[in-house]
Design a protein around this ligand. Structure first.
Ligand code: TRP
Length: 472
């Protein structure tokens, strides 16, 4: 995809849209967007913090009843309009319509999310390098834990890898969707899947597997709070790249006859499978080593080095694993940057290259406070103290945590709510039904889908919002 040329007029009419080379390419790219740090870094760590059990169950319910219907709606809007988010709503609702605000909210969310996502991705790069340069062999669990603390607190390390990761993301997005996005998704994602599978199988032979199964799937709710329910909902959006127009943008590169429903089910199923497998890879190690599952954002960076440290050739395996994780993060980061870039192309007619470089640079700068949150009081402890005064006791967050919290728990569900309400209540019956049925092997699910979007999604999202605010 090369996008409109440099001198294209600043007119909301994209010159010519390139398309995925086929449906498989789209499925792979959408899966590449969905599967990322959200599955392997974030889901296990928030499961740990929220005590497992009920948190996981609520998350699964959110995926099935709220996130999946929205995924269908988003991809469908993109495919039907062939536009990036803001212009998609403009095309359907009119040039003055406030519905365009959903698109703008999405573009804003792309900036916020990628700014800290890139910092975490930087950790995965740093850990590959650590694995090769020093290895983790012979390290005690407490030492591995301390190592993450050092990395987290080191401004230089965080800035360097954050910058490098943003450069990689910019380079791929500048190259365009076909040349850039598709090629990466094909070989490396299946490899990561195989490696996770191998690590789960290995964990199945340890004493930690039973306790881990009970922790993740057992019926206990001791640590679940209203904020935890909001987090489960927010994460169902985050992990499926929903609520901000990423799937809409990818859908806009689809041809009219490509099937949306089957794709959504496949992406949702695979994504959930990988998240649960990530838990079953990580928690057994945590329990065997006697560490706490509620360790927070360092969980995957503490558990895996312990496991790799005990394997023959572990340093190499660790390096390969963290590189593959970085690649998974890259295919997700690409979709985040792509939202803002395709918006700039469609909206202003800037060239793809310029948009990628300019927007990427802004996001790099926005991410600097996140990169410094672990080691600089200004964005770390002092910042947390200030937000504590704002949000109430025990709810203080450093810059990094605040960016994640606001984007995933509020912006994404709000955007998703807007998309659902738009499609279910505002879009004309005829247009909606046509868009849904086009190319679909699941045309008979139409009414169930509309019903979920009309009632379950709005009531569910609003109820969780009110619950988190302490109103119900
Ligand atoms: N889904 C990705 C993950 O789980 C992150 C991501 C990529 C994302 N694109 C997105 C999240 C768009 C929200 C919106 O790691």
């Amino acid at each position: 995809m090369t996008g409109p040329t440099r001198n294209a007029k600043p007119h909301p009419q994209p010159v010519r849209r390139e398309h995925w080379s086929g449906r498989l390419a789209f499925v792979l790219a959408a899966t590449g967007s969905a599967v990322g740090l959200g599955n392997i870094w974030k889901f296990p760590y928030i499961t740990g913090v929220n005590g497992g059990g009920w948190f996981v169950l609520i998350y699964l319910i959110c995926v099935a009843t709220v996130a999946l219907p929205i995924m269908v709606a988003e991809i469908m809007l993109g495919r039907a309009t062939q536009r990036s988010p803001v212009l998609a709503f403009r095309k359907l609702a009119g040039p003055r319509s406030p519905w365009q605000g959903i698109g703008w909210l999405g573009v804003a969310a792309a900036f916020v999310i990628l700014s800290y996502y890139s910092v975490v991705a930087g950790w995965t790069l740093h850990y590959s390098w650590l694995a090769l340069s020093q290895g983790f062999a012979g390290m005690q669990p407490a030492e591995v834990e301390a190592l993450f603390g050092q990395v987290y607190a080191d401004p230089g390390i965080n800035l360097f890898w954050h910058g490098l990761f943003m450069l990689l993301t910019i380079a791929i997005v500048a190259a365009g969707v076909n040349a850039g996005v598709e090629r990466w998704s094909r070989i490396l994602m299946p490899l990561l899947f195989l490696m996770i599978l191998a690590l789960v199988l290995r964990a199945a032979g340890t004493d930690g597997f039973g306790p881990a199964l009970d922790f993740v799937f057992g019926a206990h709710s001791d640590r679940l709070t209203p904020a935890g329910v909001l987090e489960a909902l927010g994460h169902s959006f985050f992990t499926l790249s929903l609520g901000m127009g990423a799937m809409l943008t990818y859908g806009s590169y689809l041809r009219a006859r490509d099937d949306v429903v089957t794709t959504s089910l496949a992406v949702g199923g695979l994504d959930t499978l990988i998240s649960l497998m990530a838990c079953m890879m990580i928690f057994p190690i945590i329990f065997v080593a006697g560490l706490t599952p509620a360790a927070g954002p360092g969980l995957v960076f503490v558990s895996l080095p312990i496991a790799f440290g005990q394997l023959p050739g572990g340093a190499l395996w660790a390096a390969v694993f963290f590189v593959l994780l970085a690649v998974a993060a890259l295919t997700s980061a690409i979709s985040l940057l792509e939202v803002a870039v395709s918006h700039a192309i469609d909206w202003r007619g800037v060239s793809r290259r310029r948009a990628a470089i300019g927007i990427g640079a802004v996001i790099f700068v926005l991410g600097i406070p996140s990169a410094l949150s672990g080691g600089t009081p200004l964005f770390g402890s002092d910042f947390a103290a200030a937000t504590e005064a704002l949000f109430g006791e025990g709810h203080g967050k450093n810059w990094f945590d605040l960016a994640d919290y606001l984007a995933s728990n509020w912006m994404l569900p709000l955007g998703g709510l807007g998309i659902a309400v738009f499609v279910a209540w505002r879009m004309g019956e005829h247009a909606r039904e046509q868009a849904f049925r086009a190319g679909s092997r699941f045309a008979r699910l139409y009414w169930g889908w509309v019903w979920l979007l009309r009632y379950i999604v709005p009531v569910g999202v609003v109820a969780v919002f009110l619950h988190a605010l302490g109103i119900i």
